[in-house]
Write a new protein. Sequence first.
Length: 137
Amino acid sequence: MILNYVSFVASNMPRSLDFYRTLGLPIPDGAHLNAAGEPEDHVEISVGDLRIAWETETLIRQVSPGWTAPPPGQSRLGAAFEAVSPAEVDAACERLQAAGFAVKAPPYDAFWGQRYATVTDPDGNSVDVFAWLEKES
């Protein structure tokens, strides 16, 4: 089995895409708009062999009638992004904070050998950002 697809349910698609774009994912500006400039309910990108998607709550309710969003702050998915260096963990948190996003746990040197931080996406999902303090051989 190979992980091929991860999706996030977005209550505010442009804001969610801004968060992940600020974090460093290659999401084109206007990715949430179709050719006529109207909002789309599904946005998908590929990073290597992994497809990452964002879907509106409206689309999820169409696909899964009766679906309800979890209460704010109650995420159902955790994601982690590896930075190239400990300094990039700090820089990513600074960029997110400057853009108005929440840093839940500021960067610190964790006992397991990583520079580690936790940020919160617009829908309350925890997103970890880390870099190895010393690259593994």
